[in-house]
Design a protein around this ligand. Structure first.
Ligand code: NAI
Length: 537
């Protein structure tokens, strides 16, 4: 297979935000591009904007002046649809409406040759439905770019039921030739990214709704412990709550009300209020008028000053590491716990290895050994139970949980949760311990699964389900999330690092805590857990 030859022209229909971006990358990659739009002046405006963007790159010495002039010269305004007759590939980026897209493709079939590929940039409409009724539905595929197209690396190549595999492969290779990271996906609601990303937003809303912490604190934990570029609320403020809510609703409806995708009442209220985010000056945060620190600069994380951080506590005298190498507990979450132990040791904290106290062993807690022990506090990695429940289960009041981090070695922040029955002295000793290792310690109220762990477990669960249902393979799922929404690690690779057994445990405990089908474990995760398999070698 090969990319469309640069001898063949590309037509882009619809020259709004997406169409202009698509035209730009195609022209830069060496293709003659015909741009068409029904709105007067839209094409001229798009071409002028592309030229300005490319000239800016030249000014920054990121593009050669000759290459820039050549790319601009390859852009042609089509005054009528008939002018795209010679195209080998048409990319449609018109209004998100099934009838409009079907109508356009039917018109195009009468204009272009039978070997011309018809691609749609739709993000929410079934590619199968768009192709239905055409004379040659085999030539229709999704070519789903992300906004802004010149900057976002991903292109989901979507096959509908009728799509010819060779057509999908040509689209894939063409997107690659345009400098994009292409992934294959089956036409299903949300494709890969808009489906797998839903829990990132939804778990944020649920944490907020249950008053785990304020929005700025949740954002800070996801960013500074989880390693995400932005927390869920600052990201939704940027996307716009109207847009984000409507994608969630569309995926929820398309999956016939599957509770995995239930929209948030809190977000609906944001939309009802017109608090749509940065674009209206108010979303979860306020922007402009010096109301919040975010007003200082759009790139700055908003409202950092409000983030909860525990006051300084003294470094405790000793800490012991209680998970025994080779034990059942170590087999489940050992990698993650060892990483935190390494951070503590690297900070000069003397960790002695000590067995789980007899009192806890007697209570049958040996299968659930705490990671660390410090001044009477049992410290565990969250497994989806609340600290309060774990304290009950293990008959040990002084119980504190810590949340997942992308990399404990470099994380600035760590979140903890205190059991309701945990003494302040024991809790403060844990805070002092983590502060001595250089962490900013943030307390979340005692909700099951904490923030990073439940978000990542749910992302991995959704990615696993997409793979299980043949939407894409594991490599594509991870690539899509890294390149389409800048996740610091693919969700399935992350599950491998945490340990599939632990991820399943987190989800099962969330399901038990909430009694909601939302947290049901993907059959593929279960299968990997039972076989001891991984997603990536
Ligand atoms: P937009 O509103 O900026 O641009 C759409 C353009 O299509 C307008 O200039 C409009 O005049 C033109 N148009 C409408 N009907 C037409 C027709 N029948 N023939 C020719 N031109 C027509 O919209 P945007 O954001 O560029 O989105 C376009 C498509 O890309 C939609 O399907 C959208 O779902 C999809 N998409 C949008 C993303 C985004 O972040 N904005 C991301 C990924 C996909």
């Amino acid at each position: 297979m090969a990319a469309l030859s640069t001898d063949r022209a590309v037509a882009v229909i619809g020259s709004g935000a997406m169409g202009a971006g698509i035209a730009q990358v195609a022209a830069v990659a060496g293709y003659t591009v015909h741009l068409f739009d029904t709105r007067p002046d839209a094409v001229a405006k798009a071409i002028a904007e592309i030229a300005a963007a490319l000239n800016k790159l030249v000014a920054k010495e990121r593009m050669d002046a000759v290459a820039c002039a050549a790319a601009i010269a390859r852009l042609h305004a089509a005054a009528a649809l008939e002018e795209v007759a010679e195209a080998g590939l048409v990319v449609e980026a018109i209004v998100e409406n099934l009838e409009a897209k079907r109508g356009l493709f039917a018109q195009l079939e009468a204009i272009v040759g039978d070997d011309c590929i018809l691609a749609t940039n739709t993000s929410s409409i079934s590619v199968t439905a768009i192709a239905a009724g055409l004379r040659v539905p085999e030539r229709v595929a999704g070519m789903h770019f992300f906004n802004p197209v010149p900057l976002m690396a991903l292109c989901e190549v979507v096959s509908g039921l009728a799509t010819d595999a060779a057509v999908a492969q040509t689209v894939y290779d063409t997107a690659s030739a345009w400098g994009k990271q292409a992934v294959h996906a089956k036409s299903t609601p949300g494709f890969i990214v808009n489906r797998v990303a839903r829990p990132f937003y939804a778990e944020g809303w649920r944490l907020l709704n249950e008053q785990a912490a304020d929005a700025a604190t949740i954002d800070a934990v996801l960013r500074e412990a989880g390693g995400f570029r932005m927390g869920p609320f600052e990201l939704m403020d940027l996307i716009g709550h109207d847009v984000n809510f409507s994608v969630t609703q569309s995926v929820f409806n398309a999956y016939f009300g599957d509770p995995r995708f239930t929209p948030s009442v809190l977000q609906q209220e944001m939309v009802n209020a017109g608090f749509l985010g940065r674009k209206t000056g108010r979303g979860v945060y306020r922007y402009g008028d010096g109301v919040s620190p975010a007003a200082a600069g759009a790139a700055e994380a908003p409202a950092v000053a409000w983030v909860n951080a525990e006051a300084a506590q003294p470094k405790p005298e000793y800490v012991s590491y209680t998970i025994e190498q080779g034990s059942a507990a170590h087999a489940v979450a050992g990698t993650v716990v060892d990483a935190l132990a390494a951070r503590l040791r690297a900070s000069g904290i003397d960790i002695t290895h000590r067995k789980t106290p007899e009192t806890m062993r007697a209570a049958g807690a040996h299968d659930d050994a705490p990671a660390f022990h410090c001044n009477g506090a049992a410290i565990y990695l969250t497994d989806g139970r609340s600290a309060t429940q774990r304290a009950c289960d293990n008959h040990h009041d002084d119980t504190v949980l810590f949340d997942l981090a992308l990399d404990y070695g470099s994380a600035r922040r760590i979140a903890v949760a205190r059991a309701d029955q945990c003494s302040l002295a024991a809790y403060n000793a844990v805070v002092g311990l983590l502060q001595a290792a250089g962490f900013t310690v943030t307390r979340l109220d005692d909700v099951p699964g904490m923030a990073v762990m439940r978000t990542v477990a749910m992302l991995a669960n959704e990615a696993a389900d997409a793979v299980n249902q043949g939407v894409c393979n594991a490599a594509a799922a991870d690539t899509a999330m890294k390149k389409g929404v800048n996740y610091p690690r693919g969700p399935l690779a992350w599950a491998d690092v945490i340990g599939i057994e632990h991820v399943v445990r987190v989800l099962a405990n969330l399901a038990a805590s909430y009694g909601e089908d939302r947290y049901r474990v993907s059959p593929l995760l279960r299968r990997k857990q039972m076989s001891g398999g991984r997603f990536h070698d």
